[in-house]
Design a protein around this ligand. Structure first.
Ligand SMILES: Nc1nc2c(ncn2[C@@H]2O[C@H](COP(=O)(O)OP(=O)(O)OP(=O)(O)O)[C@@H](O)[C@H]2O)c(=O)[nH]1
Length: 215
């Protein structure tokens, strides 16, 4: 039997608890849809559908385009060691929405070690936040080091938590070298055009309407 369903591009979003993964999605999805990109989201939570429910409440995507996977175990397992549940969720979305261009897979909050299996995603974004301190890049976490794009979020709170953005930029550049990094404030949308640019150009191979290159 032939399966003529086109596969959508898959982008993982991982990072520590509370770094802003869901907030990043809330900012990215409407911007991508404005460019005519057909998007769906799979969220991973331990025993709830909290992130999926939050996205549904926002109302920027039809409810059937948001799937909550309850991993019931360590998030590493569901996105790296055995991504079966996530692969099935993506397959279901592709069957339901044949015109789908892009599926985000948001990992449950984890530590600096979380990485995605490339059997599950084409590319992944690792989100850390300025509130965790300006020494985070020095910890060389595999998620941070290996991700295709790192997003340093909550740049707005740097002055309040004693984090020096200049130090962070220096440390990040020294460790990630040529690999892309975006600095964002998901509350205001600052820096999100860089992430849209990254996704459009390097994942979807389209010319981005936001001509803002990632640094
Ligand atoms: N000031 C500020 N707050 C932010 C920013 N991004 C997210 N937040 C807040 O940070 C908190 C955590 O954001 P979430 O998007 O829930 O983080 P998460 O990584 O999805 O969290 P988990 O799913 O629990 O791992 C929320 O209260 C957000 O409103 C930002 O850029 N600046």
């Amino acid at each position: 039997m032939t399966d003529d369903i086109q596969s959508a591009a898959r982008v993982g979003i991982g990072g520590p608890v509370g770094s802003g993964k869901t907030a990043l999605l809330e900012g990215l999805v409407p911007r991508l849809m404005q460019q005519g990109i057909e998007v769906a989201v799979v969220t991973n939570d331990l025993l709830t559908q909290e992130d999926a429910d939050r996205l549904r409440r926002k109302g920027f995507l039809p409810s059937e385009r948001i799937v909550g996977v309850e991993t019931g175990s360590c998030p590493h397992t569901a996105i790296r060691e055995d991504p079966t549940m996530n692969l099935l969720a993506v397959q279901d979305l592709e069957r339901l929405i044949p015109q789908l261009d892009l599926v985000f897979i948001e990992s449950g909050g984890d530590n600096l070690a979380s990485t995605f299996s490339y059997d599950l995603v084409d590319t992944y974004i690792f989100v850390i936040d300025v509130g965790a301190g300006d020494d985070i890049p020095r910890k060389n976490g595999p998620g941070f080091m290996q991700a295709d794009l790192v997003v340093i979020n909550k740049v707005d709170i740097a002055p309040y938590v004693g984090a020096d953005l200049a130090v962070i930029r220096r440390e990040v550049a020294a460790r990630r070298r040529e690999k892309p990094v975006a600095y964002t404030n998901c509350k205001t949308g600052e820096g999100l055009d860089q992430v849209v640019y990254f996704i459009s150009e390097t994942v979807l191979f389209q010319t981005s309407q936001t001509a803002v290159k990632v640094i």
